[in-house]
Design a protein around this ligand. Structure first.
Ligand SMILES: Nc1ncnc2c1ncn2[C@@H]1O[C@H](COP(=O)(O)OP(=O)(O)OP(=O)(O)O)[C@@H](O)[C@H]1O
Ligand SMILES: [Mg+2]
Length: 254
């Protein structure tokens, strides 16, 4: 079944012909895609197919060689990472980035930059508001018993939850998750899945999710893009792409 959408709804994020090269290697090649407001979209593909590189291009950690990226209708192709964050896009990293010696609460507080903070300092939330927000998110993510523990003592899954919390501190509208559940025990995978679903349903967040566990993708996402050697190989519902011959060949072929 194909996804039916109201044509008057504009994409939250849109990529047109996005291309990224590393020397002679084309890591991302002419990729078109869109994420609509409050949508849950998966991004899958074999190892080295360009998923993280595409995230790096979107969050502007990497320059884009060709093509354009629009976020909320604004061309962000040449914007700085912090400008994109201020517009309401956040991401997590394949290799988890938390400050191991800082406590869970401190990690949340250092990622506190709210949208517009640097422009209108008088609108900057007070330290008390920021801490209240951090504690609310820590509770939401079921990490409250670890609030004052150094992040280095957390399990892989707890760290993934913390990183999600850090990404949520600026109250983004779109969150890019790079390997949301890798290195996580099965119980915490369910917790992570549940919190992502609630963030979508109760708080209206949109997600673009990279994850090798196809069950994780199909449980959460209504639409999936498949990359292979940097090119878009397929798109559709999770069921459609899992039955696609070219996708099966890319994953399991010789
Ligand atoms: N900074 C870089 N310099 C040179 N080549 C790079 C760089 N980053 C990625 N690549 C190459 O670009 C290609 C895409 O890599 P990328 O990390 O985006 O894949 P991926 O789909 O995220 O893979 P995985 O599932 O293993 O995380 C690979 O061939 C990789 O070796
Ligand atoms: Mg990757």
């Amino acid at each position: 079944m194909t996804v039916v959408r109201d044509p008057s709804v504009k994409p939250l994020l849109e990529g047109r012909g996005v291309t990224k090269r590393f020397g002679g290697l084309v890591a991302v090649q002419s990729v078109d895609f869109a994420v609509y407001p409050q949508e849950m979209v998966g991004l899958i593909g074999p190892n080295g197919s360009g998923k993280t590189t595409l995230f790096d291009c979107l969050s502007r950690v990497q320059s884009i060689d060709e093509g354009r990226v629009l976020f909320k209708g604004i061309d962000i192709t040449s914007k700085k990472p912090h400008s994109v964050a201020h517009l309401g896009m956040a991401r997590t990293f394949q290799v988890i980035r938390v400050y191991r010696k800082l406590t869970v609460l401190e990690n949340m507080l250092v990622s506190r930059q709210w949208r517009g903070e640097t422009i209108w300092s008088q609108l900057r939330p007070s330290q008390a508001d920021t801490e209240e927000r951090a504690r609310e998110l820590i509770n939401f993510l079921s990490l409250e018993h670890l609030t004052l523990e150094p992040a280095g003592t957390l399990s892989g899954g707890q760290r993934r939850l913390l990183e999600l919390g850090m990404a949520l501190m600026p109250d983004p509208d779109l969150i890019l998750l790079d390997e949301a559940a890798s290195g996580v025990n099965p119980t915490l995978v369910e917790t992570i899945k549940d919190r992502i679903r609630r963030l979508n349903e109760e708080r209206g967040k949109a997600f673009l999710i990279v994850e090798h566990d196809m069950r994780f993708i199909s449980d959460l996402c209504t639409r999936v893009y498949v990359l292979n050697y940097g090119e878009k190989l397929a798109e559709g519902t999770p069921e459609e792409v899992m039955e696609d011959e070219a996708v099966i060949e890319a994953y399991f072929g010789t």
